[in-house]
Ligand binder design. Structure first.
Ligand code: SF4
Length: 59
């Protein structure tokens, strides 16, 4: 399982990258998921709550 970003909801606020720089970075005003291989759903599932627009899911 890894994080996914729904770009129809992402407003480019940067909160995810600020709170979880290991897994998200901003590129051209949009969030990108990075370091997929380090993501462990059981440990890191809370990343979904970093997004005030509910654009992040873990699937
Ligand atoms: S926190 Fe949500 S809205 Fe903000 S940049 Fe990240 S995915 Fe986009």
């Amino acid at each position: 399982m890894i994080p996914y970003i729904d770009y129809s909801k992402c407003e480019g606020c940067g909160a995810c990258a600020e709170l979880y720089p290991l897994f998200f970075e901003m590129r051209d005003g949009r969030a990108w998921v990075i370091n997929h291989e380090k993501f462990v759903a059981e440990k890191h599932r809370d990343v979904v709550y970093s997004c005030p627009f509910r654009a992040i899911t873990v699937e």
